[in-house]
Design a binder for this molecule. Structure first.
Ligand SMILES: [Zn+2]
Ligand SMILES: [Zn+2]
Ligand SMILES: [Zn+2]
Ligand SMILES: [Zn+2]
Length: 225
């Protein structure tokens, strides 16, 4: 487990054989994975007075003393509301199921990376055309934009980043995960969002790790979200 802080944020300062720290602008883009874990979880607050959650509580909620409990949308185990994680589709996940959802992204990308890459290349081509042909007719422009949205949804589906057809936006929930799951998921989401032309990997022998566009001191290209 990489629960160690990176060399540049170790309390004792850098050793002389530590790698040089990245520029400040890059450090600001990297989540503090070593601080991610169950300690940040279990204190989630939700508005229970109206909307979707109020309806869900009226239907499925149970009050144990001062605490509301709801069944997790995946495993069905009843959990205190402040230990559940809300997805944009309205599903609520317990921490175990959130970790599984995080792990599933990497597995699905490994399975589907050829199809994801094809879709990303087509999206990049559409981006290029929309940029290079500003006088394109509105009909054709509309067609390309629809195609782009469809491809974006396909990519998110193929990477298990959707639930009930909505983007799960799991990057909001990284601090609840473990340092390793959170880092791998962050890298995976960056890989999905970075256009193929902006994708680079580390050139250090035996490393080859993915280098997100936001870690190169340049603004990231259009995210696929
Ligand atoms: Zn949590
Ligand atoms: Zn669950
Ligand atoms: Zn859902
Ligand atoms: Zn490397």
């Amino acid at each position: 487990m990489t629960t160690q802080p990176p060399p540049w944020s170790r309390p004792g300062g850098r050793d002389h054989d530590d790698p040089l720290p990245p520029p400040r602008s890059v450090i600001a883009n990297i989540p503090k994975f070593h601080l991610h874990g169950w300690e940040n979880c279990g204190n989630h607050r939700y508005d229970t007075t109206h909307g979707h959650l109020a309806r869900m509580l009226a239907r499925n909620g149970r009050r144990d003393g001062r605490v509301w409990t709801l069944p997790c949308g995946d495993c069905g185990i009843r959990v205190a509301l402040n230990e559940l994680h809300d997805l944009p589709c309205g599903h609520m996940l317990c921490r175990e199921c959130l970790l599984v959802a995080g792990l599933r992204v990497g597995m699905k990308i490994e399975m589907n990376h050829v199809r994801i890459r094809e879709a990303r290349l087509e999206m990049q081509e559409i981006d290029r055309r929309l940029y290079l042909e500003p006088r394109m007719g509105p009909l054709q422009k509309d067609m390309l934009q629809r195609r782009y949205s469809l491809l974006r949804r396909t990519v998110l589906d193929l990477a298990a980043l959707t639930c009930c057809g909505h983007n799960t936006k799991l990057d909001r929930l990284l601090p609840c995960m473990t340092p390793v799951i959170s880092r791998d998921l962050w890298l995976a989401i960056n890989w999905i969002c970075n256009s193929p032309d902006s994708q680079r990997s580390c050139a250090w022998p035996d490393c080859g790790a993915y280098l997100p566009a936001c870690c190169r001191g340049q603004p990231a290209l259009t995210p696929a979200r």
